[in-house]
Design a protein around this ligand. Sequence first.
Ligand SMILES: C[S@@+](CC[C@H](N)C(=O)[O-])C[C@H]1O[C@@H](n2cnc3c(N)ncnc32)[C@H](O)[C@@H]1O
Length: 225
Amino acid sequence: MATGLMMMWWLMKNPPNNYPLAWNNSYEQKGQQWRGHFDLARYEVNLNLTGNVLELGSGDGNTASQILNKASNITCLDVASSSFQTMPIKDMSVGKIVGDARSLPLKDQYYSTIICRHVLTHARQGDENLVLQEISRALAPGGTALFEVFTPNDMRYGKGQEIELDTFLRGDDLIWRFYNEDELKDLIEKAGLKIQKIEVLARTVRHDGVEHQRESLVVVASSVQ
Ligand SMILES: C[S@@+](CC[C@H](N)C(=O)[O-])C[C@H]1O[C@@H](n2cnc3c(N)ncnc32)[C@H](O)[C@@H]1O
């Protein structure tokens, strides 16, 4: 189907405010799904884990689970209520909130650390600005956010129908968006955050004897207030 028609068809099925809710089906059908290890320890020197910590778009709580012993006040927030049914974190002290990153049901200037891995990856053009502005609002003065997104060099690029630039709709109604470094830096800075560190994580994986490239960008950025 032509890209324009595809976009119209998808918008009819998914009014602009609702498309992230496709994640509910994803967790209902697949259960836990994010098992890859992310080396958060590598960035801990930049993060204040002794304050209020938010994992935004927590999914399986894959990242929060790495810091359960280090952070005393962790909240996981995800748009998919079903993600909390399959999340393995049973620690009652971890807060669990169903909410949309584009309009966070959270106080201003409250979190010392916000971890936001692969949430911008699933935001339509324009919505990434809303997510970034909300993160900027919720960060405490001097607080730090960590982002991860995929780049166009990642093996996932191009799967599905391209509905917006570098943004693909898959058969399960989830969208996947890919960012280049300059674009991401620009978006983060426009939201009023100061970039402390930016890294490309690249590696090759083998599936059925074939090599595939994985590539993501990790950005650590702080509130400038
Ligand atoms: C690819 S998963 C990543 C999960 C986790 N951050 C990780 O890296 O293991 C993306 C997660 O972001 C959540 N998400 C997507 N859009 C969201 C939004 N607008 N607000 C809150 N959560 C969102 C999804 O429900 C899903 O759990």
